[in-house]
Ligand binder design. Structure first.
Ligand code: GLY
Length: 559
């Protein structure tokens, strides 16, 4: 049979197989010996160079983390925090929690005015920040799981900051619209002589280069106990901020046991609390498995329906019960109990939407712009680092620490500032996530690794606040249930439901017919722009297939 006839046959088969996706539509980057997928090309290259010089995936991830702090100002950071999920070639796994913690002076009602109304202080300014964790987290990762000298991992970031790099169209536009003008130090750093940078302008950050050079020399000692700590605490004090030297000195990254579960014969290693993401992924996959949802085919109203109902039910539980496990009892076992999951599944009508007002969180008596960025790295020894970190909102609190050159987070907004009222992501949360001194705000960041027969199959994560969990879920389902190649799976249009508000938000790409069916079945459908920015690696018969997200400027590069 000639090639042409084979192609015609293949196309015909694909046309008649429900849910079949032409897998040549978009191609991932393929390599055999190492892969880096990140949001920004200089950072991707920094990670790749570390792999080429003999570093492992964790070394490369540390270099990418520092490089993004220079080249992806809205989310890459020294002044924020995040999670790194590690799987080593020998099968060991670790979850490094370097999320921001509330300062000692934080109180339950610190963002309420005298009338009990929410102030905007959790969003911008010196009172919006949790104690940053990134430097501690990257150092913990390098010390425990890396093999290259620390200073060499910080060096690419120092060079990018000192010599500068040309701003892309999106980066220049981001700085223009970033709301940084309100703070003189931010204006000084992120504009040139009072003018916005244009695309193609070389962006040099000498203050940040100096801070990074100190970190290269003395690591977290400098950031939490040394000159950087003193300058940051003094700047906070001068601006009625909340973070003190004692807060910085008390900061520690925490290694936690990753959460694990199963779906259709795959083993899933994912983020435990204080992330809500891993519990969400496992609960929603549990609800979906056994519904037959996949029969409708990717993009069908039936698939959107079942997945939305799983999302709606998970977010009801999340918002009621989840918080920092070191402060509140998070009912992880209850939320993942097979009997409970069965009940959730049974409560889904096969066609119609269940109004969120009718979905109550479970009762568990047993033990129990969103700008962020994710990158994924794999090396040829079989080590994987899947890391999500953030300033929370775009450019965080908009405050640049004076003389230090880095932005501070506004992660305090991830707490419940007032039970029952929505935060920046529209999440309506409860007391479990209320503010307390040294507490960690609940997160949705979901770095995840999927294994098949004990071997890596897929590693991924995304930014996007509450949408992170659903973006990760959808890409997993696209690969596992709809057999898409990883690039198609990442590119595929996404949707989101978070219980409240009771609407399903769909990206462009869902047809008017699909939307009409959903509306007929009781859904309020809201068309939105891009959701998330997944960075994924699929492990495929000795090939590493890297998929950056075309929604932004992500790149994948391999060796
Ligand atoms: N800052 C977003 C999150 O952690 O969910």
């Amino acid at each position: 049979m000639g090639m042409r006839r084979i192609s015609v046959l293949l196309l015909t088969l694909l046309a008649i197989m429900p849910g079949a996706i032409p897998t040549w539509a978009a191609q991932p980057v393929r390599a055999r010996h190492g892969m880096v997928v990140s949001r920004e090309t200089h950072a991707t290259q920094a990670g790749l160079k570390v792999l080429e010089s003999g570093g492992n995936a964790i070394d490369a991830a540390v270099a990418v983390g520092f490089a993004l702090a220079v080249t992806h100002s809205s989310a890459g950071n020294l002044g924020g925090g995040g999670f790194m999920l590690v799987r080593l070639a020998d099968g060991r796994t670790a979850f490094i929690d370097f999320r921001e913690r509330a300062p000692e002076s934080a109180t339950h009602d610190m963002y309420l005015d005298a009338n009990g109304k929410l102030t905007r202080d959790s969003l911008t300014g010196y009172r919006a920040s949790g104690v940053p964790g990134t430097v501690a987290g990257l150092e913990y990762a390098a010390k425990h799981f890396g093999k290259q000298p620390w200073a060499e991992l910080v060096q690419p970031a120092i060079e990018l900051a000192a010599k500068g790099f040309p701003l892309s169209y999106a980066q220049a536009n981001g700085l223009r619209g970033g709301g940084l003008n309100a703070f003189p130090e931010s204006k000084r750093i992120f504009q040139r002589d009072g003018n916005f940078y244009e695309p193609g302008d070389v962006f040099v950050q000498p203050d940040l280069a100096k801070t990074l050079a100190r970190i290269a020399q003395s690591g977290s000692q400098d950031f939490y106990h040394g000159e950087t700590a003193r300058l940051l605490a003094a700047d906070m004090q001068a601006h009625n901020g909340t973070i003190t030297l004692a807060d910085l000195e008390a900061y520690k990254a925490i290694e936690r046991k990753p959460l694990t579960g199963h779906y259709r014969g795959y083993d899933i290693v994912t983020a435990p609390p204080p992330s809500s993401g891993g519990v969400g992924i496992l609960q929603m996959l549990g609800v979906l498995e056994g519904t037959g949802f996949e029969k409708g085919g990717a993009g069908s109203a039936e698939v959107v329906h079942y997945m939305t109902e799983a999302m709606r039910r998970f977010f009801a539980d999340r918002n009621q019960w989840m918080g920092d496990p070191d402060f509140v009892k998070v009912p992880v076992a209850g939320m993942l109990n097979p009997e409970y999951i069965k009940k959730l599944r049974a409560s889904i009508d096969p066609v119609r939407s269940t109004p969120s007002s009718e979905v109550k969180p479970g009762v568990f008596t047993g033990p129990e712009s969103f700008e962020t960025t994710h990158f994924t790295v794999a090396d040829d020894e079989g080590n994987i680092a899947s890391m999500t970190y953030t300033l929370n909102g775009g450019y965080g609190s908009k405050v640049t620490a004076t003389g230090l050159g880095f932005l501070l987070n506004n992660e305090m907004d991830d707490f419940t500032a007032k039970p029952g009222e929505a935060n920046m992501f529209g999440l309506v949360q409860g007391e479990a996530n209320a503010i307390a001194p040294r507490k960690t705000p609940l997160s949705s960041m979901t770095p995840t690794i999927v294994l098949k027969d004990g071997k890596p199959f897929l590693a991924l994560g995304s930014p996007g606040g509450a949408t992170i969990i659903n973006s990760v879920l959808e890409v997993m389902v696209n690969v596992i249930d709809f057999n898409m190649n990883v690039q198609d799976a990442v590119n595929w249009p996404r949707f989101h439901h978070q219980n409240l508000p009771d609407d399903v938000r769909v990206e462009p790409g869902y047809s008017p017919d699909t939307v009409a069916i959903l509306e007929k079945n009781g859904y309020t459908v809201r068309r939105v722009g891009a959701q998330g920015e997944v960075a994924a690696i699929r492990f495929n018969n000795g090939w590493l297939e890297g998929a950056a997200d075309p929604r932004t400027e992500g790149t994948a590069a391999g060796r």
